[in-house]
Design a protein around this ligand. Structure first.
Ligand code: ZN
Length: 227
């Protein structure tokens, strides 16, 4: 004869399990060998629920189980939804603005994007594909192209902090001359001048043409007499 289940039951009355305090024993569920002990519990949110003893123990041991009337799970889910929802609406704005810059000649940024031939790759005309490829950004991150002359596509894009992106932009400053747009580094190669020299000239307010075409003078004081 099996020992009646009730004899071996741990008395849980008065014990706390997460947000639940056991206030009494509930009738067993099941019969004979399958009978399981249940307990009447009050949740911190004032709900009263009946929970299986085994479930309470599991919750206490950090193995899942039950730690509230259900309000805790709902609360966590609601928080997750809000965070997720905010990130979703933010990434949607990012996606929308990216397409505007590249596809809409009336966009304020058209000249430095679509007007320069920067395109959004075909798969990214679909918002969901964009989200799938890029993942959701952290709150402080912006969409950054690794190669500033490259297109918006999975291989050339990353989420970057504003600082990282500003750095990328500084070293890749664009100069348009004779209908050609190149980075400072690219112009340096073409003109044979150094990036430092070009940057210094432009910083002094030299017109683009002069900055790019005037031969480098050995005398470092040239910077003082810019005109
Ligand atoms: Zn509750």
């Amino acid at each position: 004869m099996a020992k009646p289940r009730g004899m071996s039951v741990i008395n849980r009355v008065g014990h706390r399990y997460g947000m639940l305090t056991v206030i009494g024993r509930a009738p067993n569920r099941g019969t004979g060998k399958n009978a399981t002990a249940h307990w009447v519990c009050r949740c911190d949110c004032t709900n009263v629920v009946i929970v299986r003893g085994h479930s309470l123990q599991k919750g206490n041991d950090g193995r899942g189980g039950t730690r509230s009337c259900g309000c805790l799970t709902k609360k966590i889910q609601a928080e997750r939804l809000t965070t997720h929802g905010m990130a979703r609406s933010r990434i949607y704005r990012v996606w929308h603005m990216m397409r505007q810059r590249c596809n809409n000649p009336k966009s304020g940024a058209w000249e430095t994007y679509g007007g320069r031939g920067i395109k959004v790759c075909e798969p990214w005309s679909d918002f969901e594909t964009f989200v799938h490829d890029m993942g959701l950004p952290d709150a402080h991150m912006t969409l950054d192209r690794i190669n500033p002359n490259g297109n918006y596509c999975k291989e050339n894009c990353r989420w970057a902090t504003r600082h990282e992106q500003a750095n990328n932009r500084r070293t890749n400053r664009y100069i348009t001359f004779n209908g050609e747009t190149k980075t400072l580094a690219q112009w340096a190669k073409v003109t044979g001048l150094t990036v430092f020299c070009l940057r210094a000239r432009l910083h002094r307010g030299w017109p683009t043409e002069q900055a790019l075409t005037e031969p480098k003078i050995r005398n470092p004081h040239y910077l003082r007499n810019s005109s």
